[in-house]
Design a protein around this ligand. Structure first.
Ligand SMILES: [Zn+2]
Length: 100
């Protein structure tokens, strides 16, 4: 999978950095540091988990920007659900990118 280096979130450029962090006994899939505009993604993830984790971290960035104060479980639910909807409905992308 081609690696994405940056992503624009609300007009701000976030750097996407591969990582392999471990905290305690659990492997970290990703982390968003919205105030410094970094998204870390575990480099060991396969394509679907990478994209779902990226979406998860984008939601964390939005949460930080809008002070939504979401619980981790809410972020996880939104990212899994949104990834599923976007993956199962590729025509959404065609409609968004269709020239007017
Ligand atoms: Zn999270």
């Amino acid at each position: 999978m081609k690696s994405l280096k940056e992503i624009n979130i609300l007009g701000k450029c976030y750097s996407i950095v591969p990582c392999s962090e471990k905290y305690g006994n659990s492997e970290v899939l990703g982390q968003c540091v919205y105030w410094s505009q970094f998204i870390f993604l575990n480099h060991l993830l396969k394509k679907d988990n990478t994209l779902e984790t990226l979406l998860h971290e984008v939601i964390h960035a939005l949460e930080g920007e809008f002070k939504l104060n979401l619980k981790e479980n809410q972020v996880r639910t939104l990212s899994v659900a949104m990834y599923s909807v976007l993956k199962e409905n590729p025509d959404i992308w065609k409609m968004i990118w269709r020239k007017r």
